[in-house]
Ligand binder design. Sequence first.
Ligand code: SF4
Length: 62
Amino acid sequence: MRAVVDKDTCIGCGLCASTEPDVFQMDDDGKAVSVADTTDENRDLVEACVTGCPVDAIHEEE
Ligand code: SF4
């Protein structure tokens, strides 16, 4: 699984990047980007980012 950020929807609030910086980083355009796969170790934090994103810009793909 890998989290994917819809940059057209992301408002650049930074919540995901501060919650799980190993997976989400802020890109040069001020929008978040995912940089790592979801693993057993980071799954809970990634899920918190998916549910916590204020504009539902994060989804997960196989
Ligand atoms: S939490 Fe959502 S809106 Fe905020 S930076 Fe991450 S993807 Fe963008």
